[in-house]
Write a protein that binds this ligand. Structure first.
Ligand code: SF4
Ligand code: SF4
Length: 294
């Protein structure tokens, strides 16, 4: 009885805890790249510049690690400004994993809006994945994209990155009153959502691949208390990446720490946990642990 009450209490506190914060963060991040060009163009306020491929806050510049790496491979030289700009995003991925993808990226924002719209129309029914892609494809896409950039001698993702395109389209619309054609790439990227939740993010985004690789031994993980788990598998059904938190897949490189499985878990068997040893697979293992770290 006592245990039941305790579980109910934890459930009440935990319900939709991260989902709302994640949506708010995604919205604020999107507003940054939406409002920034207007401030630059109409009011001459340039404290904030660029978008998520290269974002300047005052004198501090953040550079997307993939675009920085591409430029390094293509030019075979290290631009110090670009190198320094990559450090904070890389440190973030090293400590927290792929949180840029789940908490900041505009493609994630649009996908979450689609999820919420679907739940409103279909009365809380989750979207089903009609396709289960091979998640290891993510690594092949990352390596293939870097090789292609080296062969072509041009940074491919700088031009064609979907999250980058969102910012660039807004910037071009404000400054030049036109929408570049490459923005059409966003249509199939978002259209894929209808076939499988986060299909592009799961296995086709090279930036996601690089961040997942850097964060493969991240400090922040979703860990399970096996004795609380009642094997309802709600966490599995609610993972937007098709992972199985009930089988320990929160500890793989693929998990992007969105927290959706934590929100879904009634008995609060899942929670974010800070790992001091940087090896999430060592302790607090769930009943069946997947050894698939990559
Ligand atoms: S971790 Fe939670 S949501 Fe997942 S199977 Fe166990 S009790 Fe159910
Ligand atoms: S396992 Fe949990 S935290 Fe990781 S991506 Fe899936 S729902 Fe998000």
């Amino acid at each position: 009885m006592h245990r039941h009450k305790e579980q109910q209490g934890r459930t009440g506190r935990g319900a939709a805890r991260y989902g709302r914060w994640r949506l708010l963060t995604l919205l604020l991040a999107f507003l940054v790249i939406l409002v920034n060009p207007l401030l630059n163009y109409h009011l001459g306020i340039n404290w904030l510049q660029g978008w998520y491929q290269s974002l300047g806050v005052g004198h501090l510049w953040f550079v997307s690690p993939l675009e920085g790496l591409e430029s390094l491979l293509v030019t075979r030289s290290i631009a110090m400004a670009s190198f320094i700009g990559m450090l904070i995003p890389l440190l973030l991925a090293f400590l927290l994993g792929r949180v840029f993808c789940s908490w900041i990226c505009p493609i994630s924002f649009f996908a979450e809006l689609l999820d919420h719209g679907h739940r409103l129309v279909y009365r809380n029914k989750r979207r089903q994945d009609l396709l289960v892609p091979a998640r290891r494809l993510l690594w092949f896409v990352l390596v293939g994209e870097l090789l292609l950039s080296m062969i072509l001698g041009a940074p491919v993702f700088v031009v064609l990155s979907p999250p980058g395109l969102v910012g660039r389209e807004i910037m071009m619309a404000v400054f030049f009153h036109r929408l570049p054609l490459e923005g059409l790439i966003l249509l199939p990227v978002l259209g894929m959502e209808l076939v499988c939740r986060r299909l592009f993010c799961r296995c086709l985004c090279p930036l996601g691949g690089l961040l997942a690789l850097v964060g493969s031994r991240r400090r922040l993980v979703v860990a399970m208390e096996p004795e609380r788990c009642v094997q309802c598998f709600r966490c599995d059904r609610n993972c937007p990446l098709g992972l199985r938190p009930s089988r320990g897949e929160t500890l793989t490189s693929y998990c992007w720490n969105c927290g959706a499985c934590i929100d879904a878990c009634g008995p609060a068997a899942l929670a974010f946990r800070w790992q001091h040893n940087g090896n999430p697979s060592r302790d607090n293992q769930p009943p069946v642990f997947s050894t698939t770290m990559l």
